[in-house]
Design a protein around this ligand. Structure first.
Ligand SMILES: *[C@@H]1O[C@H](CO)[C@@H](O)[C@H](O)[C@H]1NC(C)=O
Ligand SMILES: *[C@@H]1O[C@H](CO)[C@@H](O)[C@H](O)[C@H]1NC(C)=O
Length: 432
């Protein structure tokens, strides 16, 4: 009797042990088996899940979901024309950089212009908040693929950039997919060729409407701005390249800056001949300018764009201290001035009624001026845009967008007058 009891006991213990071991084995198996997608490309309705099937692709080794996007979610803009998605992909160090640097670079881009971010990111070591736009499904696929490609090939981009996304309500993509096998084959040494191949069908044939679709610049600017975590923001267009180590030198400047009222720190922008190398410092930039290989941005296209910055005055100060300092204040502010500046993000938002071309950035700068902001030009830092711009005839759709925005501006300037009860540029009497 005792023996039987003992055997039964041993049997139950063994069974429990066996079950326990089995359980552990199953758990381990679940944890370590790669859940590889059978079919390629990986396709899920609105969300792409990526698990460790290939080695460290796009640096996702400790983050198995690629894009934090559910196309059925997102937030609508005020007029329900665009859907916005914050932080669809966040750089590994974006959050840390947000607390160690004082300035975040906020920018926006469509897929075509995205390669510029490679040079921007190699010069700007602080956090970068980048809003992107895609019009329809194929374009979205190309955009997301190119973002992964940039992250795969460029450590700085993988660390520093938080990406955001905006989609238009019309023809909005219902899903997206990424061909991870193709991603692995894309050549890191050829970013322009890779892009060209990815977007070869965009804007063509049945997608020709794409080029006429207004690009929501101001939505994207606000999206990028609002996702910066630093006290100061430097808002640029993606093809505006900051001089080297600007973020660090701004940190030193902003530490001791003493602004009583409302200040915006203007960084002069030059356009530079494609054949030269990026100027290493102001001395070099001025040398290029004297040789006709660099000149104020939009000097020939639309001089008022940057004129008030007073480049003559800026260029005349050479052999100066290399620390960032205020060169001079803007004294001749004029309507349509649109400098790139650094300021706290308490500056007025970019009005989202201006869509496409015309009055997008300068209307915001105009409001700042009426609100009483002082514009102070910094030296020796600067930004460059590649290529000397010449006046070209604008396509009719661009003229059309500009005319629509001009009409909006008429209402906008009245609102600004009502809001601040000031009209320093005598705009109410002026035809715009
Ligand atoms: C500016 O850059 C040039 C060219 O790289 C270099 O020769 C020069 O020493 C630099 N000047 C200063 C003040 O750093
Ligand atoms: C630029 O600065 C010079 C020298 O201070 C001044 O005479 C000139 O009026 C300024 N021009 C503009 C456009 O501000």
């Amino acid at each position: 009797m005792f023996q039987i009891q003992c055997r039964l006991w041993i049997l139950s213990i063994s069974a429990i042990l066996l079950l326990f071991i089995y359980n552990i084995t199953l758990t381990l198996k679940l944890m370590y088996t790669p859940v590889c997608p059978k079919e390629n490309p990986v396709q899920r309705p609105t969300r792409i899940i990526y698990r460790k099937c290939t080695k460290d692709i796009a640096g996702l080794h400790h983050n198995d979901r690629i894009f934090n996007v559910d196309l059925n979610l997102g937030r609508w803009d005020e007029r329900r024309k665009y859907k916005l998605f914050d932080n669809i992909l966040i750089g590994d160090e974006y959050s840390t950089l947000g607390s160690s640097f004082k300035t975040c670079l906020a920018s926006q881009s469509s897929v075509e212009k995205l390669p510029s971010i490679i040079e921007v990111s190699s010069h700007w070591n602080g956090p970068i908040s980048l809003a992107t736009f895609a019009a329809y499904e194929d374009e979205l696929n190309a955009l997301l693929m190119y973002i992964l490609y940039l992250r795969k090939c460029d450590l700085g981009i993988r660390h520093k950039i938080a990406f955001h996304l905006a989609l238009a309500r019309e023809r909005r993509p219902k899903s997206f997919s990424i061909d991870l096998d193709r991603l692995e084959t894309l050549d890191c040494g050829k970013p322009l060729e890779v892009l060209k191949d990815l977007i070869k069908d965009i804007n063509k044939g049945p997608n020709k409407w794409r080029s006429k679709l207004p690009y929501p610049q101001n939505h994207l600017r606000n999206l990028a701005r609002k996702n910066c975590q630093t006290k100061y923001i430097f808002l640029t267009d993606v093809d505006i390249i900051p001089s080297k180590e600007m973020a660090e030198s701004l940190d030193v400047f902003l530490e001791k800056v003493d602004c009583k009222g409302q200040c915006a720190y203007v960084v002069p922008t030059y356009e530079v001949d494609e054949r030269v190398v990026f100027p290493a410092n102001k001395t070099e930039l001025v040398r290029l300018a004297n040789k006709g290989l660099a000149r104020p941005f939009h000097h020939k296209v639309f001089i008022y764009n940057q004129y008030a910055t007073n480049f003559t005055r800026w260029q005349n100060q050479v052999n100066e201290d290399s620390a960032v300092h205020v060169s001079h204040p803007v004294t001749n502010f004029e309507f349509l001035y649109e400098p790139f500046y650094i300021a706290t993000d308490t500056v007025p938002p970019h009005d989202e009624r201006f869509i496409g071309y015309g009055y997008t950035r300068n209307s915001q700068v105009y409001e700042m001026f009426v609100a009483g902001y002082e514009f102070l030009v910094l030296s020796p830092i600067f930004t460059c845009h590649w290529g000397l711009q010449v006046k070209r005839t604008r396509p009719p759709w661009r003229e059309h967008q500009n005319n629509l925005n001009r009409k909006h501006f008429d209402g906008f300037k009245r609102e600004i007058f009502a809001k601040y009860n000031k009209d320093p540029l005598n705009m109410m009497a002026r035809k715009t």
